[in-house]
Design a binder for this molecule. Structure first.
Ligand code: GTP
Ligand code: MG
Length: 227
């Protein structure tokens, strides 16, 4: 039983915390944004549960497990406001729904490269899950060397007045790709400008991403030969 309940959010406090952004919503709009946020959080839980159920099914029925681990995060309201501002969009429910797809995010880290597509297929073939967007940075790695499969799926959340469809962003990548992305991300923070890192070390970092892919393909080949 879960007894812990967080205090109700004070809209005035939250609005003040947003500071002097030029797209600061009024209290009424902020209240709508919070309702939307709660829905997205529920959507994230629905998808997380689906992934956890697939994971435990694999554990029981098969000799191996495609999922290494999972992480989930909700974009903070403040970051959401900043992102909308950066994109030149209003900070309103309507505009957020149109322009921002990663409010609710889940990262699935797989053991092998093929597992990425297996997870995608197992999830999107479920009758209540609809694929909305898909970016395959494995087939087409980013300029930086970044590799991952990004999908946005829609899932119904059952509210007191009926179901509402909610988008959830899922990034699926292997342990190697995740290691590269998290270290490269930290390096970006360490330098004062992205171009500094790219100019000096871009090729080297991209080379490491390529090498990691070779290694992971090699390990996957061994794995396939063994089962
Ligand atoms: P935004 O989400 O609005 O930035 O744009 P988008 O929808 O085009 O996003 P994109 O598909 O580029 O994915 C953005 C996310 O992918 C980021 O939040 C990172 O988690 C990750 N990402 C993309 N490119 C890189 C990269 O070069 N390095 C690292 N470490 N992560 C990356
Ligand atoms: Mg994003």
């Amino acid at each position: 039983m879960i007894l812990e309940r967080s205090n109700a959010i004070n809209l005035n406090d939250l609005r003040n915390q947003l500071g002097n952004i030029n797209n600061r919503p009024d209290i009424q709009e902020l209240s709508k944004i919070l309702r939307m946020y709660q829905l997205y959080q529920a959507g994230q839980k629905e998808i997380s549960t689906k992934l956890e159920n697939l994971d435990s099914e694999f554990q029981v029925n098969y000799a191996y497990n495609p999922i290494h681990h999972m992480e989930s995060r909700m974009k903070k309201i403040q970051s959401l406001a900043k992102k909308a501002e950066r994109k030149g969009s209003d900070f309103t429910v309507e505009s957020i729904e149109k322009n921002i797809h990663d409010i609710a995010g889940i990262r699935v880290i797989t053991n092998y490269i093929d597992d990425i597509y297996k997870i995608e297929e197992l999830l999107t073939s479920q009758t209540d899950v609809t694929l909305l967007r898909r970016k395959d940075y494995l087939k087409h790695p980013k300029e930086s060397g970044y590799r991952s499969l990004h999908i946005v799926v829609q899932v119904p959340v059952f509210q007191s007045k009926g179901p509402v469809n909610v988008p959830v962003e899922i990034q699926i990548r292997t342990v190697g790709m995740d290691m590269w992305a998290s270290l490269e991300h930290k390096l970006r923070y360490k330098t004062n400008s992205d171009s500094n890192l790219v100019d000096k070390y871009g090729n080297q970092l991209k080379g490491y991403a390529d090498e990691l892919e070779d290694i992971e393909r090699g390990m996957q080949d061994i794995h396939k030969k063994l089962i």
